[in-house]
Design a protein around this ligand. Structure first.
Ligand code: ATP
Ligand code: MG
Length: 440
């Protein structure tokens, strides 16, 4: 292995030849290999880069494979018929193989000697970045050292310009370059630092970590749709609870979900509010069990506390339960939407999950039958289980619905007859805590 010289410019990479590293082509997807070989055939440089290389070196299964090349996007398009160019901010080639997409990015340069229009910064933030450069420049434009490792298809060597191999060995998340500047260029890197720390179980290096406490406000300038995409990656990958705790630790959660943060600072009759943590732990559990998850349910969890507290306040002012829920959920959504875009196809079911909570308390006559055929019933029931677990509603109610679903039509008839919930008698039931027990 070539030694890196700390005094040289970072343009001298460490090169690990094929026999001295563990990346095997057997673990690289067939489609990624096709793209790499084909580019090579056309005399372009072609490398695997980013998460694919990082995860293979860690012995993990990569989520996807990204390719970096010296071919321009237009040249890539000429090589592959099944190719589309995407992105304005970063122009990229997508090579399609059925549902599988291999992302091919052209080496990015520092942009110093190029048309200013190709690399534009607005108050320190990169809004357009299409200047091309060498692999050395490309490496230093990537976010973390462990994400800047290249696997060269020409000789199967590993190329490391940023000391990523050392950090990979030591379990460190470290930004390349000056952390303040790199976060200002793209504040989403703050969320990526948290994501990789959770996903890989790595430490965030001190200099990379410190600005996280101070720069959260930069997230205000990130397009709300991009934040949604990033938060889905953060909260739907099996470490949602840990991500939530880290985001709160750095003060980033308050930036993203200000109403939730405020609501969590209050106590529920002297107890800390555990609903969000429980809900996120449950999301992680579902992923471990390969059960379906949806952003509608995730955001229903993340935004429930402010909705519930506002609802309680309205109810205490004499507003009816249903009306209070409508007003509270509309208010919370309206305040949240400019920060993080929750697409309508998720926002509507989310609000239904909330609205059905009150209907789940009505167990007499035909109502439970009608409710159980509602398209959002199952999600609303799962949500009720979480609320019961968090001590927010009587577990007996959740139990009742569990039994109602499990029993046959005779059992159901007994459970719903004469307006009384079946099983235990009504008298023995502790009064169910409605949302109005909490003073917002
Ligand atoms: P995973 O795919 O497991 O989420 P990844 O590291 O591959 O992780 P991608 O979002 O697929 O993440 O990005 C691929 C690579 O592109 C990264 O490894 C990194 O080198 C570079 N990259 C992505 N986002 C940024 C960014 N915001 N700033 C700088 N470089 C980035
Ligand atoms: Mg990737």
């Amino acid at each position: 292995m070539q030694e890196s010289d700390p005094h040289s410019e970072a343009t001298t990479p460490v090169i690990v030849p094929r026999p001295e590293h563990t990346i095997s082509r057997a673990n690289i997807s067939e489609n990624a290999l096709k793209v790499l070989y084909r580019l090579r055939q056309e005399r372009f440089n072609a490398h695997l880069v980013g998460g694919g290389v990082r995860d293979l070196l860690l012995g993990r299964e990569p989520k996807d494979f990204d390719v970096a090349t010296d071919a321009t996007p237009e040249q890539v398009r000429q090589v592959f018929r099944n190719c589309r160019l995407i992105g304005r901010r970063f122009r990229l080639a997508h090579v399609h193989f059925g549902r599988d997409i291999i992302e091919v990015a052209t080496f990015r340069g520092s942009g110093a000697d190029q048309d200013v229009e190709d690399r534009r910064l607005e108050s320190g933030m990169i809004v357009r970045d299409n200047s091309y450069g060498s692999i050395a420049e490309d490496a230093l434009r990537r976010d973390f050292t462990i994400n800047a490792l290249y696997y060269d298809i020409a000789d199967f060597s590993l190329i490391d310009y940023a000391d990523g191999l050392t950090d990979l060995r030591d379990g460190q998340i470290r930004l390349i370059g000056d952390p303040q500047q790199r976060y200002r260029e793209d504040p989403v890197r703050m969320l990526r630092a948290v994501r990789f720390a959770c996903k890989l179980g790595f430490n965030i290096d001190l200099a990379t970590e410190q600005p996280l406490f101070e720069l959260g406000h930069l997230l205000e300038d990130v397009p709300a749709a991009r934040l949604f995409d990033e938060l889905i990656k953060l909260f739907q990958s099996g470490y949602a609870l840990q991500a939530f705790e880290k985001l709160r630790h750095y003060g980033l959660f308050a930036q993203l979900f200000p109403a939730t943060e405020t609501s969590l600072a209050r106590e529920d009759q002297g107890f800390p509010i555990t609903f969000v943590s429980r809900g996120l732990a449950n999301t992680d559990q579902r992923i471990r069990e390969s059960k379906p998850i949806t952003p509608a349910f995730l955001f229903a969890i993340l935004l429930w506390e402010p909705v519930r507290q506002r609802c309680a306040q309205l109810e205490s002012e004499g507003v009816s339960v249903n009306e209070a829920m409508m007003i509270a959920s509309a208010e919370v959504c309206a305040a949240q939407q400019p920060l993080i875009t929750l697409p309508k196809r998720f926002a509507l079911p989310m609000r239904e999950i909330w609205a059905l909570q009150a209907r789940l308390e009505q167990r007499d006559g035909k109502r439970p039958y009608r409710l159980s055929t509602h398209p959002r019933f199952r999600a609303a029931y799962d949500f009720l289980l979480l609320r019961a677990e968090a001590g927010e509603t009587d577990p007996e109610l959740a139990d009742w619905w569990t039994r109602f679903q499990a029993t046959n039509s005779e059992g159901r008839a007994t459970m719903t007859s004469s307006g009384k919930p079946g099983g235990r008698s009504r008298r023995r039931r502790k009064p169910a805590k409605s949302t109005s027990d909490i003073k917002g």
